[in-house]
Design a protein around this ligand. Structure first.
Ligand SMILES: [Zn+2]
Length: 185
């Protein structure tokens, strides 16, 4: 017998670049807060973990909903773990002698394999709601701040390679493609 309320989440296949329009258009705001939404969040954590990712947006598993999960170290090496529904991104001012932007390598489960350097704000914050509809905020620096920006981009239909020059994007997509020229499923 299944225990009521107990559900660990199932890893779902990751949508790769160009394979499903849901990855390339803005996702719909969440309006229904039900058991299905809770299962989606748990499935997203399971999918991120199974794919060895540091963040995942709902459209990366084919779901048209403004939700992302994150499990990523910040600039101090502290893990930022959480999820946000209907996130709104804010880029924050640097503190003291920090640089406002950082250029480091970025990758994506939907473009599996290659990485590319991309400037991102060093500090960022996301405001949204949790599964109860209560306000939540995640504020982060370094790689976790990069991840927040990357995931909200996903929910707006933008994959990080879309932010790169066309020749770089085509090279990365070719690198991610398998022997048949198709991205691995
Ligand atoms: Zn991604």
């Amino acid at each position: 017998m299944r225990l009521f309320g107990r559900y660990d989440g199932l890893a779902r296949p990751i949508v790769t670049y160009g394979s499903n329009p849901v990855l390339h258009r803005a996702c719909a705001p969440v309006t229904v807060f039900d058991e299905g939404l809770r299962r989606l969040v748990l499935d997203m954590f399971a999918s991120m973990t199974a794919a060895d990712g540091v963040g995942l947006a709902a459209n990366q598993i084919g779901v048209d909903a403004r939700v992302f999960v994150i499990d990523c170290p910040d600039a101090d090496g502290e893990d930022v773990v959480g999820y946000v529904i209907n996130p709104v991104l804010a880029v924050l001012e640097p503190r003291e002698d920090e640089a406002a932007f950082e250029i480091t390598e970025e990758g994506c489960l939907s473009v599996p394999g290659p990485y590319a350097e991309l400037p991102r704000a060093f500090r960022a914050r996301v405001d949204g709601v949790d599964l109860s509809g209560e306000p939540v905020t995640i504020e982060a620096s370094g790689m976790a701040a990069r991840c927040l920006q990357h995931e909200v981009d996903h929910l707006d239909g933008t994959v990080y390679v879309d932010l790169l020059p066309e020749d770089v994007r085509e090279r990365l997509l070719a690198l991610a493609a398998g022997p048949s020229g198709e991205l691995p499923a």
